[in-house]
Design a protein around this ligand. Structure first.
Ligand SMILES: [Mg+2]
Length: 224
């Protein structure tokens, strides 16, 4: 029986893609840079690759901030200072939060039935501020952030820390998240139940392992 819910933030309850889109266009305007039409795809490809490296312990968050827009500008043949751009970009993102459709309704529902906990790899200060800015903060019994734990999702260390703090058994906890690599694989390896939210409508990989898959957060009401 499920007794507690762990939930990811970016692209699960807050729409990081929308924030990133608003941020890159706003900063590009300030920098008088014309971004190519497919900039969103380029950004997400580069960003996803860098975050996978962080999940695997091959890159630090600081290093990501040093190289992310440098790589993107190189790919786009744009001659601009990627580090300066990143600074303004991240400043915008850190102060912007757009809830995913029905996220507040579903947090209301889940928190009326279970204790709910955040499990996020994003920067701690940023994530707390963003959750507060959209009045989501109070839905959570606790907030587990990799930066404060000292281990990233999907590591065993991260999920073990969460399990100890929550105080229930692995199989009494469910992890909800959009990332098969960060949220779902790590949680399922340690025996936590998993619900994969396919926020980006990606094609399902053959080796995907999860207990449930949803395309909309409202479907959680049928499962939990
Ligand atoms: Mg996510």
């Amino acid at each position: 029986m499920i007794k507690a819910v762990l939930i990811d933030v970016d692209n699960t309850i807050l729409d990081f893609n929308k924030c990133a889109y608003l941020a890159m266009h706003s900063v590009a305007k300030d920098f008088s840079i014309t971004l190519p039409k497919d900039i969103e795809n380029i950004f997400h490809t580069v960003n996803d690759e860098l975050w996978k490296k962080i999940e695997q312990g091959q890159l630090t968050r600081d290093e990501l901030h040093q190289i992310r827009w440098e790589i993107i500008f190189k790919k786009c043949n744009i001659n601009a200072d990627g580090k300066k751009f990143e600074k303004e970009f991240i400043n915008f993102v850190w102060h912007t939060a757009v809830p995913v459709d029905n996220a507040i309704e579903i947090l209301n529902y889940l928190s009326s039935k279970y204790p709910v906990f955040v499990a996020s790899n994003a920067s701690a200060k940023q994530q707390r501020a963003r959750l507060k800015s959209v009045n989501m903060y109070n839905y959570f019994n606790d907030i587990f952030l990799s930066e404060e734990i000292g281990a990233e999702k999907p590591s065993k260390e991260f999920f073990s820390y969460c399990i100890n703090k929550i105080g229930f058994k692995n199989n009494e906890i469910v992890m909800i998240g959009d990332s098969l690599s960060a949220d779902i694989s790590g949680a399922s390896e340690i025996g936590i139940n998993t619900i994969w939210y396919n926020h980006n409508g990606v094609k399902e990989p053959l080796n995907a392992i999860y207990n449930y898959k949803i395309d909309s957060l409202l479907e959680l009401k049928n499962i939990l």
